[in-house]
Design a protein around this ligand. Structure first.
Ligand SMILES: [Zn+2]
Length: 216
């Protein structure tokens, strides 16, 4: 029987400079965990999440949508001021497989320019909407020395599961050292899940980190 590898397993075979799936590990148990939030900033849910992260001294990476950056610039300033890192999640969150390569790169570059206005760095890691990546985009990123940022643990917070169920799943199968946890800040689900998990993770000594914004 042939077992089809997952997209994450295939992407994980590529050099980390091109595709990041896991973050740097921390020696010793229980290790580092990289929280990442897509689809913000959101005027209601992002501040709630930032309050929660601050209470626990946790850092995270926010993969922002350009249009929403333009709508809520003060929130982006707050994300940076509180020690989190910014990532690029396209300008309008389109379905990338329906765009030409030029249109895809326009989405990326337009959002890069916005992000640089907040943290003065770049080019930022790019997480494609719904994780859709084509070979031409991958090659264009390789040529430009740019980084695609994926995840190694999907919280499933965009599916209609009760937050308590998602939290229980994360407790049953805890993220490993260096895992990048995919979550979203355009609903209150992530905050509800993390309210249940952060106290225990912190008590266990987990290091909750942000991914470096740019590739060293
Ligand atoms: Zn998204």
């Amino acid at each position: 029987m042939r077992i089809k590898p997952t997209r994450q397993q295939l992407l994980g075979l590529l050099p980390e400079r091109l595709v990041l799936v896991r973050g740097p590990r921390a020696p010793g148990a229980p290790g580092a965990l990289y929280l990442s939030f897509d689809d913000g900033p959101h005027p209601e849910h992002t501040p709630r999440l930032l309050d929660l992260l601050a209470r626990h001294g946790a850092r995270a990476s926010f993969f922002l949508i350009g249009q929403r950056i333009e709508q809520h610039p003060a929130l982006v300033e707050r994300i940076v001021a509180e020690g989190h890192t910014l990532g690029n999640h396209s300008y309008s969150h389109p379905l990338f497989h329906r765009l030409s390569l030029r249109e895809q790169l326009d989405e990326v570059e337009r959002t890069d320019r916005l992000l640089a206005g907040f943290d003065r760095s770049g080019p930022h890691r790019f997480r494609p909407p719904r994780g859709v990546v084509s070979l031409p985009l991958l090659l264009a990123f390789a040529r430009r020395g740019r980084n695609l940022a994926y995840w190694s643990y999907d919280s499933l917070d965009y599916q209609p599961h009760p937050p308590a169920e998602l939290a229980a799943r994360l407790q049953r199968r805890p993220p490993a050292d260096g895992d990048v946890l995919l979550m979203h800040d355009d609903s209150d689900c992530a905050a509800q899940v993390l309210t249940r998990l952060l106290p225990a993770w912190c008590a266990d000594g987990r290091s909750l980190r942000a991914l470096p914004a740019v590739v060293a």
